[in-house]
Design a protein around this ligand. Structure first.
Ligand code: C5P
Length: 218
Protein backbone atom coordinates (compact mmCIF):
# COMPACT_ATOMS: atom_id res chain seq x y z
CA UNK A 1 0.00 0.00 0.00
CA UNK A 2 1.25 3.44 -0.89
CA UNK A 3 0.50 6.76 0.78
CA UNK A 4 -3.12 7.75 0.21
CA UNK A 5 -4.69 11.20 0.06
CA UNK A 6 -8.46 11.05 -0.47
CA UNK A 7 -10.34 14.14 -1.66
CA UNK A 8 -14.12 13.95 -1.83
CA UNK A 9 -16.75 16.58 -2.36
CA UNK A 10 -19.62 17.80 -4.53
CA UNK A 11 -19.50 18.69 -8.22
CA UNK A 12 -17.39 21.70 -9.11
CA UNK A 13 -15.72 22.14 -5.71
CA UNK A 14 -12.31 22.24 -7.42
CA UNK A 15 -11.28 18.73 -6.40
CA UNK A 16 -9.44 17.86 -9.59
CA UNK A 17 -7.60 21.19 -9.83
CA UNK A 18 -6.42 20.92 -6.22
CA UNK A 19 -5.72 17.17 -6.36
CA UNK A 20 -3.51 17.65 -9.43
CA UNK A 21 -1.48 20.38 -7.68
CA UNK A 22 -1.05 18.30 -4.52
CA UNK A 23 -0.03 15.25 -6.57
CA UNK A 24 2.58 17.32 -8.38
CA UNK A 25 4.04 18.72 -5.17
CA UNK A 26 4.19 15.29 -3.54
CA UNK A 27 5.20 13.45 -6.71
CA UNK A 28 2.21 11.11 -6.29
CA UNK A 29 -0.08 9.99 -9.09
CA UNK A 30 -3.44 11.73 -9.43
CA UNK A 31 -6.44 9.44 -9.85
CA UNK A 32 -9.62 11.13 -11.11
CA UNK A 33 -12.33 8.54 -10.35
CA UNK A 34 -15.05 10.82 -11.73
CA UNK A 35 -13.44 10.44 -15.15
CA UNK A 36 -13.86 6.66 -14.87
CA UNK A 37 -17.57 7.07 -14.10
CA UNK A 38 -17.79 9.51 -16.99
CA UNK A 39 -16.14 7.00 -19.36
CA UNK A 40 -18.69 4.43 -18.27
CA UNK A 41 -21.48 6.95 -18.85
CA UNK A 42 -20.14 7.65 -22.34
CA UNK A 43 -20.19 3.94 -23.08
CA UNK A 44 -23.81 3.67 -21.91
CA UNK A 45 -24.83 6.72 -23.96
CA UNK A 46 -23.14 5.31 -27.04
CA UNK A 47 -25.08 2.09 -26.54
CA UNK A 48 -28.36 4.01 -26.17
CA UNK A 49 -28.90 2.73 -22.66
CA UNK A 50 -31.39 4.77 -20.64
CA UNK A 51 -29.90 6.03 -17.37
CA UNK A 52 -32.82 4.81 -15.29
CA UNK A 53 -33.02 1.35 -16.90
CA UNK A 54 -31.30 -0.47 -14.03
CA UNK A 55 -31.18 -3.84 -15.77
CA UNK A 56 -29.81 -2.48 -19.05
CA UNK A 57 -27.17 -0.42 -17.21
CA UNK A 58 -26.11 -3.47 -15.19
CA UNK A 59 -25.95 -5.71 -18.28
CA UNK A 60 -24.13 -3.24 -20.50
CA UNK A 61 -21.57 -1.87 -18.05
CA UNK A 62 -19.69 -5.16 -17.81
CA UNK A 63 -18.64 -4.80 -21.46
CA UNK A 64 -16.85 -1.50 -20.84
CA UNK A 65 -13.16 -2.12 -20.31
CA UNK A 66 -11.96 1.00 -18.54
CA UNK A 67 -8.27 1.48 -17.81
CA UNK A 68 -6.01 4.44 -17.30
CA UNK A 69 -2.57 5.51 -18.50
CA UNK A 70 -0.43 8.50 -17.66
CA UNK A 71 1.02 10.80 -20.27
CA UNK A 72 3.17 13.70 -19.01
CA UNK A 73 1.49 13.29 -15.62
CA UNK A 74 -2.00 13.56 -17.11
CA UNK A 75 -4.50 10.75 -16.60
CA UNK A 76 -5.76 9.30 -19.89
CA UNK A 77 -8.90 7.17 -19.66
CA UNK A 78 -9.10 4.32 -22.14
CA UNK A 79 -12.53 2.93 -22.96
CA UNK A 80 -12.11 -0.39 -24.74
CA UNK A 81 -8.71 0.89 -25.85
CA UNK A 82 -9.87 4.33 -27.06
CA UNK A 83 -8.61 7.54 -25.43
CA UNK A 84 -11.92 9.16 -24.46
CA UNK A 85 -10.56 12.14 -22.49
CA UNK A 86 -11.85 14.70 -25.04
CA UNK A 87 -15.42 13.32 -24.71
CA UNK A 88 -15.81 13.29 -20.92
CA UNK A 89 -16.40 16.84 -19.74
CA UNK A 90 -19.86 17.56 -21.19
CA UNK A 91 -22.95 18.18 -19.05
CA UNK A 92 -24.73 15.24 -20.73
CA UNK A 93 -21.93 12.82 -19.78
CA UNK A 94 -21.70 14.31 -16.25
CA UNK A 95 -25.37 13.85 -15.58
CA UNK A 96 -25.40 10.34 -17.07
CA UNK A 97 -22.39 9.53 -14.85
CA UNK A 98 -24.28 10.76 -11.79
CA UNK A 99 -27.32 8.62 -12.62
CA UNK A 100 -25.51 5.45 -13.70
CA UNK A 101 -23.00 5.58 -10.83
CA UNK A 102 -25.87 4.86 -8.44
CA UNK A 103 -25.97 1.36 -9.93
CA UNK A 104 -23.98 -1.08 -7.75
CA UNK A 105 -22.88 -3.07 -10.83
CA UNK A 106 -21.25 0.06 -12.26
CA UNK A 107 -19.52 0.82 -8.96
CA UNK A 108 -18.36 -2.78 -8.56
CA UNK A 109 -16.91 -2.73 -12.06
CA UNK A 110 -14.72 0.32 -11.31
CA UNK A 111 -13.81 -0.36 -7.69
CA UNK A 112 -11.10 -2.96 -8.43
CA UNK A 113 -9.17 -0.60 -10.69
CA UNK A 114 -9.28 2.20 -8.11
CA UNK A 115 -8.04 -0.01 -5.28
CA UNK A 116 -5.30 -1.51 -7.45
CA UNK A 117 -3.98 1.95 -8.36
CA UNK A 118 -3.78 2.82 -4.65
CA UNK A 119 -2.05 -0.45 -3.84
CA UNK A 120 0.65 0.09 -6.41
CA UNK A 121 1.26 3.85 -6.11
CA UNK A 122 1.27 6.82 -3.76
CA UNK A 123 -1.99 8.50 -4.75
CA UNK A 124 -4.10 11.59 -4.54
CA UNK A 125 -7.51 10.20 -5.46
CA UNK A 126 -10.63 12.32 -5.84
CA UNK A 127 -14.29 11.41 -6.12
CA UNK A 128 -17.37 11.01 -3.93
CA UNK A 129 -16.71 7.85 -1.89
CA UNK A 130 -12.92 7.67 -1.66
CA UNK A 131 -12.61 8.42 2.06
CA UNK A 132 -15.76 6.51 2.98
CA UNK A 133 -15.54 3.35 0.80
CA UNK A 134 -12.55 3.02 -1.53
CA UNK A 135 -9.67 4.06 0.77
CA UNK A 136 -11.10 3.92 4.30
CA UNK A 137 -7.57 3.88 5.76
CA UNK A 138 -6.21 6.82 3.76
CA UNK A 139 -3.61 8.77 5.74
CA UNK A 140 -5.26 12.06 4.75
CA UNK A 141 -8.95 12.62 4.00
CA UNK A 142 -10.27 15.94 2.79
CA UNK A 143 -13.88 16.89 2.14
CA UNK A 144 -13.67 19.84 -0.23
CA UNK A 145 -16.77 21.90 -0.73
CA UNK A 146 -18.05 25.39 -1.62
CA UNK A 147 -21.48 26.98 -1.89
CA UNK A 148 -23.50 25.97 -4.96
CA UNK A 149 -23.44 29.57 -6.21
CA UNK A 150 -19.66 29.78 -6.02
CA UNK A 151 -19.27 26.40 -7.72
CA UNK A 152 -21.72 27.41 -10.45
CA UNK A 153 -19.92 30.70 -10.95
CA UNK A 154 -16.54 28.97 -11.39
CA UNK A 155 -18.04 26.69 -14.02
CA UNK A 156 -19.73 29.68 -15.69
CA UNK A 157 -16.44 31.55 -15.96
CA UNK A 158 -14.71 28.45 -17.33
CA UNK A 159 -17.36 28.03 -20.06
CA UNK A 160 -17.38 31.76 -20.84
CA UNK A 161 -13.62 31.61 -21.21
CA UNK A 162 -14.12 28.96 -23.88
CA UNK A 163 -16.84 31.07 -25.55
CA UNK A 164 -19.46 28.42 -24.79
CA UNK A 165 -22.91 30.02 -24.28
CA UNK A 166 -24.25 29.34 -20.78
CA UNK A 167 -26.56 30.57 -18.06
CA UNK A 168 -25.44 30.91 -14.44
CA UNK A 169 -28.80 30.01 -12.88
CA UNK A 170 -29.14 26.95 -15.11
CA UNK A 171 -25.64 25.79 -14.20
CA UNK A 172 -26.44 26.19 -10.50
CA UNK A 173 -29.68 24.22 -10.89
CA UNK A 174 -27.79 21.40 -12.66
CA UNK A 175 -25.17 21.32 -9.90
CA UNK A 176 -27.82 21.17 -7.17
CA UNK A 177 -29.62 18.36 -8.99
CA UNK A 178 -26.43 16.31 -9.40
CA UNK A 179 -25.42 16.84 -5.74
CA UNK A 180 -28.86 15.73 -4.65
CA UNK A 181 -28.59 12.52 -6.69
CA UNK A 182 -25.06 11.83 -5.44
CA UNK A 183 -25.94 12.44 -1.77
CA UNK A 184 -29.18 10.49 -1.71
CA UNK A 185 -28.32 7.29 -3.54
CA UNK A 186 -28.30 4.00 -1.68
CA UNK A 187 -24.79 2.82 -2.62
CA UNK A 188 -21.71 4.83 -1.66
CA UNK A 189 -23.45 8.22 -1.43
CA UNK A 190 -21.49 11.44 -1.32
CA UNK A 191 -20.81 12.22 2.32
CA UNK A 192 -17.99 13.45 4.49
CA UNK A 193 -16.11 10.58 6.17
CA UNK A 194 -16.10 10.84 9.98
CA UNK A 195 -12.34 11.35 9.95
CA UNK A 196 -12.19 13.70 6.95
CA UNK A 197 -11.19 17.34 7.34
CA UNK A 198 -13.69 19.81 5.90
CA UNK A 199 -12.28 22.52 3.64
CA UNK A 200 -14.78 25.11 2.40
CA UNK A 201 -13.24 26.87 -0.56
CA UNK A 202 -16.09 29.38 -1.11
CA UNK A 203 -13.88 32.32 -0.17
CA UNK A 204 -10.49 30.83 -0.97
CA UNK A 205 -8.22 30.94 -4.01
CA UNK A 206 -6.75 27.79 -5.56
CA UNK A 207 -3.39 28.68 -3.98
CA UNK A 208 -4.94 29.08 -0.53
CA UNK A 209 -6.78 25.75 -0.72
CA UNK A 210 -3.64 23.97 -1.93
CA UNK A 211 -1.56 25.51 0.86
CA UNK A 212 -4.13 24.53 3.49
CA UNK A 213 -4.24 20.92 2.30
CA UNK A 214 -0.44 20.75 2.03
CA UNK A 215 -0.27 21.84 5.68
CA UNK A 216 -2.53 18.91 6.58
CA UNK A 217 -0.56 16.48 4.41
CA UNK A 218 2.73 17.69 5.91
O1 C5P B 1 -16.28 14.32 -10.33
P1 C5P B 1 -17.11 14.23 -11.60
O2 C5P B 1 -18.04 15.38 -11.79
O3 C5P B 1 -16.27 13.97 -12.81
O4 C5P B 1 -18.01 12.92 -11.40
C1 C5P B 1 -19.07 12.59 -12.26
C2 C5P B 1 -20.08 11.73 -11.52
O5 C5P B 1 -19.49 10.46 -11.22
C3 C5P B 1 -20.50 12.27 -10.15
O6 C5P B 1 -21.63 13.13 -10.24
C4 C5P B 1 -20.82 11.03 -9.34
O7 C5P B 1 -22.16 10.62 -9.47
C5 C5P B 1 -19.95 9.96 -9.98
N1 C5P B 1 -18.84 9.59 -9.12
C6 C5P B 1 -19.06 8.67 -8.13
N2 C5P B 1 -18.05 8.24 -7.34
C7 C5P B 1 -16.81 8.73 -7.49
C8 C5P B 1 -16.56 9.72 -8.48
C9 C5P B 1 -17.61 10.14 -9.28
O8 C5P B 1 -20.19 8.21 -7.95
N3 C5P B 1 -15.83 8.27 -6.71
Amino acid sequence: MGYQIAIDGPAGAGKSTIAKLIAKQKNFIYVDTGAMYRAMALYLLRNNVKADDITAVAETCVNADITIRYKNGEQIVLLNGENVNPCLRTEEVGFMASTSSANPKVRGHLLGLQIKLAEENDVVMDGRDIGTCILPNAQVKIFLTASSRVRANRRYLELKGKNIPCDLDQIEQDIIKRDHQDMNREHAPLKQADDAILVDSSNMTIEEVTAEIMKIVG
